[in-house]
Ligand binder design. Structure first.
Ligand code: G6D
Length: 344
């Protein structure tokens, strides 16, 4: 599978991988992002993710679209945590109160190094980055790599590896937004969603996890049987109303790259995306931009114009033990894999 490349602006490159089935993945070293994911359907070649056509556009109106997020996805309350008996303060880039997505600008705004691996049945772009000790207040020097592989089984595989020289926190994710209709002006209300999750984490008005792990039973968060998102968006559920959709961690029942933990289906049922991950949780964010969405390729992104599956450890783990841990040690490499598999 050949990898082609072209200039993407501001010193960045766009890499294009296409398999025998016509599925085409395009990624850039600017923020180690996915830019396009083209899927052939009976009617057309459909782009099922949100993305822009140049770095300049991302710089002008980014919402972390398709980006690798780090060092720590989600919010760190008050930008403070204690590690190894020492208290740290990270940059408070979220309304100057909390740390969001590792501080700003962070992994999403960097030009990552890139290495290409081509083979017959799959090809990979390996992005790597050194995060200096103390970046945005996080201890330890961190060497990070994220590999994007496209396979002949229509899988986009995301593999993380990181090494630190000092006890620190690390909780990466990818901030891809899916809209399987291919139209950013079409809300995802008629998309069907399945998530194999019995519990989700509640958030407060600042989108900070409260520590409450709530059962999905009899709530707008129960996707254990696939159903349309519309029913949840229209519900009176206090947690949905708090953010005008979803911006919540779901705790996965069976985290494994052998197990389908989530499935998103397009309204015309022409495209499905399965999510398989070894991460314990997935943050689902439904682009609740309250009318302030970006203009993408000349079209205004509607509210609920995309949905993320940000696989990770649930935000708040530095405060709540039962959320898992994001501490990483020297000489103990961090590894994590998420697979987005396209099926029809
Ligand atoms: C908002 O709260 C949400 C985040 O979860 C999301 O990542 C961001 O917008 C793009 O801050």
């Amino acid at each position: 599978m050949k990898i082609t490349q072209r200039d993407f602006g501001q010193g960045a490159t766009l890499y294009s991988l296409k398999n025998e089935n016509g599925v085409q993945l395009e990624v850039t070293n600017f923020g180690a992002r996915i830019v396009n994911l083209f899927v052939p359907t009976k009617k057309e070649k459909r782009n099922i993710v949100l993305g822009f056509d140049s770095v300049e556009e991302y710089l002008a109106q980014d919402m972390y679209i398709g980006a690798t997020i780090g060092r720590v996805a989600g919010r760190i309350k008050d930008g403070t945590f204690t590690l190894g008996g020492q208290t740290y303060q990270t940059d408070k880039n979220d309304h100057e109160l909390h740390t969001l997505h590792g501080g700003a600008p962070s992994f999403e705004a960097k030009l990552w190094d890139a290495k290409l691996e081509e083979s017959e049945k799959k090809s990979t772009v390996i992005f790597s980055l050194k995060s200096k000790a103390g970046e945005h207040g996080f201890p330890g020097e961190l060497m990070v790599s994220v590999s994007y592989t496209l396979t002949e089984d229509n899988e986009w595989c995301v593999d993380y590896e990181a090494h630190t020289d000092q006890l620190t926190l690390f909780n990466p994710t990818n901030h891809v937004y899916f809209n399987l209709s291919g139209d950013v002006e079409q809300a995802i209300d008629d998309h069907k969603l399945f998530i194999d999750s019995d519990q989700f984490a509640c958030i407060d008005e600042a989108v900070i996890t409260t520590g409450e792990k709530r059962s999905v039973t009899d709530t707008a968060f129960d996707f254990r049987k696939a159903r349309k998102l519309e029913t949840s968006f229209n519900s009176q559920d206090d947690q949905v109303k708090a953010v005008g959709g979803f911006d919540h961690p779901f705790f996965l029942n069976k985290p494994s790259i052998e197990h389908v933990s989530a499935v998103l289906t397009s309204p015309d049922e022409a495209v499905q995306v399965e999510v398989l991950t070894d991460c314990p949780a997935v943050v689902v964010f439904t682009a609740n931009f309250n009318g302030a969405g970006p203009v993408i390729r000349g079209k205004k992104l509607t509210d609920h114009g995309g949905i993320t599956f940000e696989t990770q450890t649930a935000p708040g783990s530095e405060r709540f033990e039962d959320f898992g841990t994001i501490e990483i040690q020297p000489n103990v490499p961090f590894r994590s894999t998420t697979i987005y598999k396209i099926t029809e």
